[in-house]
Design a protein around this ligand. Structure first.
Ligand code: PLP
Length: 412
């Protein structure tokens, strides 16, 4: 008899995006003449930039030749790309990261999810709330979360760190000792950020408690303000306590092509039960070699092109495009009387729904009366209730029209 991994039975079904899809489908069926504008999901719309397309074409031609053919590549990523990452994402900011501290992957979702393999199941985990759901669910799957309590709608072994208007979207340090801390900045879903000063406290906490910070910087490319760090390693001491996740999905439109990387400095260590120190880099390298065969050569050449002068310029144009949308959304909503957060260093705008309404009630009314789709905040966690996420990843025309509709909308 084959027994199942019962941890999976503790997972709570996420109805968020399927419920949205069902509601939108029903509305469209009943109102075929109404044009719906979707500012809900977090996928990009701008095409891959020419520099990356050309690099891919070149790589395709190369692998079709005797000399240029590529079989299995290094599991951790080709040297040319690890070098480009070190130089452009770290050295350029005065951070010393070594090539063998970079692991190129098929995206940040997989990395954030797989990283739990190298941590013991009895670690205490702290996660901000609302949050990108992957952190919680992968800890549930690996047995670290404990049981789900239906009354409190929380897992018994997860420490939730609320991020709301009350604390200006800056999570407070856990009162108790935790071993793993998930931080995502610029944040999905709230679009808010932590400054270098804010992050300093977290590094101090982690050092004092021998905890590890799992820092998801998937939206780093959208930062516009100076005092907001692009990498957690900009903060002194972070190299001893932080693992960083980066993604080309939103930055370069690679949501479909797939590429990201994780940084595990050699100084980041954990402990055996006997108190022996072990480098997480060594464990992750072993895991990567066993379970992963690397990202395709063609993809890695495309990513390398994001670091060329042409590539950088072209990507920056797309980022500017999205951030102009974010500005249109934020300013438009504020003119219409809404309180908004995010949207300055992030493609997400987090708005407060009118007093007395739930996130889902706001969703329904916005769909039915203004024909605009967003994402209810409560879908990202208990403390997302009362908020609503709009994304800047749509086209400019649709973004302008959606905001005009919201401005002219009188909620019934
Ligand atoms: N991390 C956060 C916070 C995200 O919002 C997303 C995607 O929406 C990801 C990671 C996934 O990135 P990737 O496409 O590289 O897997």
């Amino acid at each position: 008899m084959s027994l199942i991994n019962e941890n999976f039975l503790e997972l709570q079904d996420s109805y968020l995006f399927s419920t949205i899809a069902k509601k939108v489908a029903k509305f469209t069926e009943e109102n075929p003449n109404k044009k719906i504008i979707k500012l809900g999901i977090g996928d990009v719309t701008r095409p891959i930039v020419p520099a990356c397309v050309q690099a891919m074409h070149k790589a395709v031609d190369e692998v079709g030749t005797e000399e240029g053919f590529k079989g299995y590549g290094p599991e951790q990523g080709y040297e040319f790309l690890r070098k480009a990452i070190v130089k452009n994402d770290y050295q350029s900011r005065g951070i010393k990261i070594l090539e063998d501290e970079i692991f190129v992957s098929d995206g940040a979702k997989c990395d954030c999810g797989n990283i739990v393999d190298i941590f013991a199941i009895d670690n205490k985990v702290a996660i901000t709330d609302p949050v990108y759901p992957v952190y919680i669910d992968t800890n549930v799957m690996s047995g670290r979360s404990g049981k789900y309590n239906k009354n409190t709608e929380t897992y018994e072994n997860i420490i939730y760190l609320p991020v709301t208007e009350k604390n200006k979207f800056k999570p407070e340090l856990p009162k108790e000792k935790v071993d793993m801390i998930y931080l995502c900045y610029p944040n999905n879903p709230t679009g808010t950020v932590l400054t270098k000063e804010d992050l300093k406290q977290w590094i101090e906490y982690a050092k004092k408690n021998k905890s590890i910070i799992l820092y998801d910087a998937a939206y780093e490319a959208f930062i516009t303000e100076k005092n907001v760090p692009h990498s957690i390693y900009e903060i002194e001491g972070a190299k001893e306590v932080a693992i960083e996740f980066k993604s080309y999905s939103k930055k370069a439109g690679f949501t479909g092509i797939r590429c990201g990387y994780v940084v595990i400095p050699k100084e980041v260590t954990g402990y055996t039960k006997d108190g022996n120190e072990v480098s997480f880099n060594r464990l992750w390298n072993r895991r990567t070699c066993t379970k992963f065969n690397g990202v395709s050569y063609i993809t890695q050449r495309a990513v390398e092109a994001t670091y060329t002068e042409e590539g950088k310029k072209q990507i920056m144009q797309n980022i500017k495009y999205y951030m102009e949308n974010a500005k249109i959304i934020k300013e438009g909503l504020e003119n219409a009387g809404y309180t908004t957060y995010g949207g300055i260093n992030s493609p997400y705008v987090w708005l407060k729904v009118p007093e007395g309404m739930t996130s889902w009630e706001f969703f329904d009314k916005l769909l039915e009366e203004a024909n605009v789709v967003g994402t209810p905040g409560s879908g990202f966690g208990l403390h997302g209730e009362g908020y609503f996420r709009l994304t800047a990843f749509g086209t400019k025309e649709n973004t302008i029209e959606a905001i005009e509709r919201i401005k002219n909308w009188k909620i019934n």
